[in-house]
Structure formats: C-alpha cells, structure tokens
Design a protein around this ligand. Structure first.
Ligand code: FES
Ligand code: FES
Length: 163
C-alpha cells in the first residue's frame, strides 16, 4: 500500500513520518512513536482507553487515522506532566486513589484534563459523571475518580491552564 508523509506535533515535539493511510492514530502513537501510555481497549470508540487531546480536545485515537492529524497537535498522557511536575489532574488522581488500573487510567486523566481546560469549574456531580460517562472502568470504581475531578477542578486556575 502506498504511504503518505505526515507532520504532527506530539507532546510538543515535531515528527515527520511515512504512514499507510489505514494506520490508526492509536497505533501510530504506540508503535511508531513508542508512546504506549495511550491504551487500546475496544478499538471501536466505546471504552475511552485510547483518548488523547487533538488540538486540546479529547478524541478517541482508535477512531482516527494518523493521516487525519497531519498538521495538528496531539497530547498523550505522557505529555501532561511538566517534567517532574504532575498535571493537576494527575496530582488529584494520585491523592484520591483514583489511579486504579493502568489500563483505563490514562484515558480518564486525558479526558478530564482536556475537559477542565475548557470548563474549569464543573457545576455539579452530575456534570462530572456525564464527563466520565465516555470512559469505562470495568471495576465500576468511579467514586474516587469523581472526587479527584472535583479536586482537580479546584486546582485549575481560570482559563484552564495549569497552576
Ligand atoms: S480503544 Fe478507543 S474507545 Fe476503546
Ligand atoms: S480501574 Fe481500570 S478498568 Fe477499572
């Protein structure tokens, strides 16, 4: 199959790669860039494990082809921390024991980070649960995750940028 050249910024670094048009973004990140923090669960848009930020907005990387992000900016869970300094969402998840299994957690963290950047102050538990509804935890351990999102929101300054 013929390939195409894509240029994409991932976690602040520019990459240029030859890819087949059928290559999924999730596989591109994991297998071509070695960013294995993005997990692949259902592979059809249901579980949220593969969530990354595309130009700041949460998307399912299993539902996009790598060629679709040509010219865009992607952030994976590896790109949230600032060196040794965790993102406020990561801090809050750690402190509330919301870091459950390593499989679903990156998707939750990225989803929440992307959401809070645009909606720094969720109004209600209902809003938080709605936010989390696209990420599946097979253990149904959502309580600590909800608490972590509340706390993370209190750590996000106005404008959604990290403190
Ligand atoms: S692997 Fe993409 S949503 Fe489940
Ligand atoms: S903690 Fe990951 S699936 Fe439940």
């Amino acid at each position: 199959m013929s390939t195409r050249t894509i240029r994409v910024r991932v976690n602040g670094q520019e990459y240029e790669r030859e890819v087949e048009p059928r290559l999924l973004l999730s596989d591109f990140l994991r297998h071509h860039l070695g960013l294995t923090g993005t997990h692949v669960g259902c592979e059809h848009g249901v579980c949220g494990a593969c969530t990354v930020l595309l130009d700041g907005k949460p998307v399912r990387s299993c539902l996009l082809f790598a060629v679709q992000v040509d010219g865009h900016s992607v952030t994976t869970v590896e790109g949230l921390a600032d060196g040794d300094r965790l993102h406020p969402v990561q801090e809050a998840f750690r402190e509330h024991h919301a870091l459950q299994c390593g499989f679903c957690t990156p998707g939750f963290v990225v989803t929440v980070a992307g959401y809070l950047a645009e909606h720094p102050l969720p109004e209600s538990e209902e809003e938080i649960r709605e936010l989390l509804s696209g990420n599946l935890c097979r253990c149904t351990g959502y309580q600590n995750i909800v608490a972590a999102v509340r706390d993370a929101a209190s750590r996000m300054p106005e404008g959604g940028e990290r403190k």
